[in-house]
Design a protein around this ligand. Structure first.
Ligand code: SF4
Ligand code: MG
Length: 323
């Protein structure tokens, strides 16, 4: 099947007065229809920038310097702004951390859904109203007939995020970018929203890029995972394999943050230090200043992703040693 998303060799640059920052350095990832790819890493890893680059929403002066992005088989990184605006609504949906940014406080939820549906599908008003009702039902909003007539402030945080998910699905997209969709919600609601994303992905065949700093969310929801560090993918593979048998020292450190895994996986107790700033990315393997296994080769040469069993890792430990 044509991938929902295919990113090849993506580099994103931000020109600054002091030189060009390479925020994303040669990132590749694929998402099949009906698949959830978790993109995980600490803040500053480049997860959100990758998602924004796919959506064509990089903030000025950010630009795609290299690579190609296809959504549902169609190249999107070379489209004009006007073409992209159409494709974005129809083929791609977006869900961000704060549902209020996606909703207009002045209009009822029904009006916003109906307008979005009509804009991208050409349905009549009556058809679109039927579809809006069906969407609210599919995202688990009780009494959808009444809810359509209400305004965003009349919804709880969790219900509001369900409305945003319904909006993202309105035109039947191939791909949804969900960037920290549960981070702002009560813990008790988080699992319901991730379960909903899983259900919708299975039912509609949409591909989902789930961007999060929380390895626990990935463990529960994703099929495959990409671990990012300092603008690069350092490990990727099926989620169970990456979680239970992480190859990259950084991934092992991230696992330490999932308490329920402690008895099952050998983990680093804690990764000391923090993500490097993009204007100060360390040479070679960017993780080397924090890595307990770093050797001379690690600061001298950048390791590339290579298959290690069922996963891929960018680490000299599995590629001939760090000396
Ligand atoms: Fe650590 Fe070296 Fe592997 Fe980087 S390449 S993760 S510094 S061992
Ligand atoms: Mg982010």
């Amino acid at each position: 099947a044509t991938p929902a998303l295919d990113v090849q060799g993506l580099s994103v640059e931000f020109p600054t007065r002091r030189g060009v920052l390479k925020a994303i350095d040669d990132v590749s990832m694929q998402i099949a229809p009906g698949e959830i790819l978790g993109v995980v890493g600490e803040s500053g890893a480049g997860k959100s920038i990758t998602g924004l680059a796919v959506l064509g929403l990089l903030e000025h002066p950010g630009r795609i310097a290299q690579g190609a992005i296809h959504v549902g088989g169609r190249r999107v990184d070379t489209l004009t702004e006007a073409e992209l605006t159409k494709v974005r609504g129809r083929e791609m949906g977006a869900i961000f951390q704060d549902p209020l940014t996606a909703l207009n406080p002045l209009f009822t939820v029904g009006k916003q859904l109906v307008e979005t549906i009509r804009l991208h599908t050409g349905m009549s008003k009556t058809e679109a109203e039927g579809r809006a009702l069906e969407l609210l039902r599919s995202v688990g909003i009780p009494a959808p007939e009444e809810r359509l007539r209400q305004y965003p402030h009349q919804f709880s945080g969790g219900m509001r995020q369900r409305v945003v998910i319904a909006l993202a699905l309105a035109a039947g997209p191939r791909l949804i970018i969900a960037d920290e969709p549960t981070t702002a919600l009560d813990v008790s609601i988080q699992a319901q929203i991730t379960a909903l994303l899983r259900k919708l992905c299975d039912e509609t065949g949409v591909g989902i890029m789930l961007v999060t700093h929380d390895m626990g969310v990935i463990a529960e929801t994703a099929d495959r995972v990409c671990v990012m560090y300092s603008g690069r993918v350092v490990e990727s593979g099926p989620v169970g394999d990456v979680i239970h048998n992480p190859q990259h020292p950084y991934t092992k450190g991230l696992m330490a943050a999932i308490p329920s895994l402690h008895d099952r996986v050998e983990v680093l107790s804690q990764i000391d230090g923090s993500m490097p700033r993009l204007n100060a990315r360390p040479s070679g393997c960017a993780f080397h200043p924090r890595c307990p296994h770093a050797g001379p080769k690690c600061s001298a040469q950048k390791p590339l992703l290579q298959k290690v069993g069922t996963t891929s890792a960018a680490c000299w430990l599995q590629q001939g040693g760090t000396q």
